[in-house]
Design a protein around this ligand. Structure first.
Ligand code: ZN
Length: 479
């Protein structure tokens, strides 16, 4: 007896043969898929007639920072440093447990409603060590599969320094390590949660803590994940401080390897590309955020051509979206333009990056990323009976180039239906929206008190006249 049978849909399996099955069915027992095919039928507790839909593996967002869900739209069209220093830090340094929890809830809601079933969230914002626990609870309650990257910053963050009188986001090494230990024992491999360690970017962490974190991860068999060579300035910083380029430095202290996840990897020399290949390190590409912050275009086609596993991520607020369909499209488009070669990264490549390859990056390839017997039942249904999707002569290019997150109607994670016909079953959507509005207004008002001109300051100075200041009142009236 099946627990769930999804039938009458086109199934994009992403299995080893990359089969696409028309009018097929998927059977689920407990948390697992037990059958996928044209002839699957039998007694079942629940049936979803998915006629007109495409079933595919749930999407894997291999890198984000959900705390930034509360600050999207504050400070935009800016380079990373001024955005980080002027807008992000003064606001998010006020994030406490309440804000942390609701940031995860609003992000989880957006992710579920746009087809993401697994998320890797890099959380280093330890203004309060309860924050990250509340985020993990929020994801658990939402039903999302959660790869937590436990962040450790002990040196700087957006201008805040360890030696400043008043610290919020960066912490002493011993305190961080102890808090990380507590988190790991409570959450690692519990339910749908796994934990990795996320030392800060080269400038944010001392060499000593970087080495200590690497040692700790290897002792416990945890993955290591951090930003490497994402923006040009970080390469300059590494050369100045360590006489090595950023990825060379990471490699020199043992950060690279099959258990290492490197976010962005935009500014790689030919030798550094070789280090990625030889070490078996995994890469997460965040094309939308990279484009918005003008980081550059990562050498994704080059890395894939040499067998490197590359997943996709949204990154934080700079991408303005948790929609991985948008990210898939941007990933292919940027590579085509960069190489002046329409074949260099295809729709199929992008779909692999958002599913099977993302699973490989997060070390979850035995569990998720494809629809086949034995895997976890992480399945999304995309409604193709719509003007922009119905003329699907080929399903995959329509999924990557035409579909959007809001075309996902049903989402199943580990056999649990978390959204059905666009209704999220694990969260009270209206209540989350209300809480998120209040939390953002609260943060903005604190930041405004501290910096006065922060939100009024036009950026860039020669920017459009209609770019008005955001005030806390603006959020309060958004009902
Ligand atoms: Zn990031």
């Amino acid at each position: 007896m099946f627990d769930l049978l999804i039938k009458n849909c086109t199934v994009v399996t992403l299995d080893d043969k990359r089969r696409v099955l028309p009018r097929a069915a998927i059977a689920v027992e407990g948390s697992h898929i037990v059958a996928v095919g044209l002839e699957v039928d039998g007694a079942t507790k629940k049936v979803i007639d998915a006629a007109g839909c495409v079933a595919m593996p749930g999407l894997i967002n291999a890198h984000t920072h959900v705390y930034q869900a509360l600050i999207e739209g504050i400070g935009y069209d800016m380079h990373f440093d001024p955005w980080n220093w002027r807008f992000l830090f003064p606001i998010v340094s006020h994030i406490g447990p309440e804000h942390a929890e609701v940031s995860a809830q609003i992000a989880a809601l957006e992710m579920i409603k746009s087809g993401t079933t697994t998320v890797s969230d890099h959380w280093y914002l330890h203004t309060n060590f309860d924050n990250i626990h509340l985020v993990a609870e929020a994801f658990r309650d939402a039903g999302l599969r959660h790869h937590v990257v436990y962040g450790l910053l002990d040196q700087t963050f957006a201008g805040e320094r360890i030696d400043s009188a008043y610290m919020t986001m960066i912490r002493r090494q011993d305190v961080l390590i102890e808090a990380a230990e507590t988190f790991i024992s409570r959450w690692h491999q519990k339910g749908r949660t796994v934990v990795a360690l996320g030392p800060g970017s080269t400038e944010d962490i001392s060499d000593r803590l970087m080495r200590k974190t690497i040692e700790m991860a290897r002792e416990r068999g945890l993955q290591l994940a951090t930003h490497v060579a994402g923006w040009a300035e970080i390469v300059t910083y590494a050369i100045k401080n360590y006489a090595l380029r950023d990825l060379e430095y990471a490699h020199s202290i043992g950060l690279t390897g099959p258990d290492a996840i490197l976010f962005h990897a935009v500014w790689l020399s030919p030798r550094e590309m070789q280090l990625v290949v030889e070490s078996g390190s995994k890469i997460v590409h965040c094309p939308v955020a990279n484009a918005h912050l003008a980081y550059g275009i990562a050498p994704v086609a080059e890395l894939r051509a040499q067998g490197v596993t590359v997943g996709l991520g949204t990154d934080g607020a700079a991408s303005y979206t948790y929609d991985l369909f948008e990210v898939m499209k941007m990933a292919t488009m940027l590579q085509k333009v960069k190489h002046l070669d329409a074949e260099v990264l295809t729709a199929e490549d992008a779909l692999e990056m958002a599913t099977v390859d993302g699973a490989r990056v997060l070390g979850l390839e035995d569990q998720v990323g494809s629809l086949e017997p034995g895997k976890q039942a992480d399945i999304i249904l995309v409604d193709f009976q719509q003007p922009h999707l119905m003329m699907a002569h080929q399903v995959v290019p329509k999924l990557v180039y035409s579909a959007r997150g809001h075309d996902v109607v049903t989402s199943i994670i580990g056999g649990q239906v978390v959204m059905e016909n666009r209704k999220v079953l694990t969260m009270d959507e209206a209540a989350v929206l209300d809480r998120a509005r209040e939390a953002t207004a609260d943060l903005v008002s604190h930041a405004g008190l501290e910096t006065h001109d922060l939100l009024e300051a036009p950026w860039p100075r020669q920017g459009p006249r209609w770019r008005v200041a955001v005030t806390p009142e603006w959020f309060k009236t958004r009902k």
